[in-house]
Design a protein around this ligand. Structure first.
Ligand SMILES: [Zn+2]
Length: 196
């Protein structure tokens, strides 16, 4: 196959993600989600790329997400001691062969030069995809391993909508002794007022 590589954002014949798609993702200001730092809006190219990572296992995308997050969020981010992630349900991770939040967390940790550790376990098996907003607000719950010695934690997820999942994960970390938890997501679903 001569042209077997395609951009994950727009299907141009380029390996990885093309410069145009990168630029499109970065054209807006940072989305505003209370309590969560998010790098880009979850629409168009960003949505394509998250889809590529989630469902097609294109892991190179996670490295790009890590770069974009650190570049866009660095000025708002206090340097953490450890990076972790809000785990997806075991069934989903098993089916896909990976946990996309973990892949992004590992990419961010590499960019920051800070260790990445699994600190959270998901206790409910409900996955959010395809569920109503009200179900999502109940959402998954988490337990954290003892965090008394971990210091400042940067908690990562791929996409944030209401911030409730990350909020619950952050609470579990604090209850386990984390001194300070910053929540960050690659993309945020735009609020209705921001949608065009
Ligand atoms: Zn492209």
């Amino acid at each position: 196959m001569l042209f077997s590589y395609r951009c994950d954002g727009c299907s141009r014949h380029i390996r990885g993600v093309c410069a145009h798609c990168k630029q499109v993702m970065l054209q807006h200001d940072l989305p505003s989600v209370p309590g969560v730092l998010a790098a880009v809006r979850y629409e168009n190219t960003a949505r394509q790329l998250v889809h590529g990572l989630k469902f097609h296992n294109h892991r190179g995308i996670a490295a790009l997400f890590g770069e974009v997050m650190v570049e866009r969020l660095r000025s708002d981010l206090e340097m953490p001691n450890v990076v972790t992630w809000a785990p997806t349900s075991k069934q989903r991770a098993h089916k896909r062969g990976h946990d996309q939040a973990e892949l992004i967390a590992r990419a961010v940790s590499l960019q920051l030069g800070v260790p990445c550790r699994q600190l959270l376990r998901r206790t409910s098996s409900t996955s959010q995809t395809g569920q109503s907003r009200s179900t999502r607000l109940v959402g998954p719950t988490f337990v954290a391993r003892a965090c008394a010695n971990v210091g400042r934690v940067l908690l990562i997820d791929d996409v944030v909508t209401t911030g409730s999942t990350l909020g619950r994960a952050a609470t579990a970390l604090r209850e386990a002794g984390a001194i300070h938890v910053t929540c960050a997501a690659f993309a945020a679903t735009p609020a209705p007022s921001e949608r065009r």
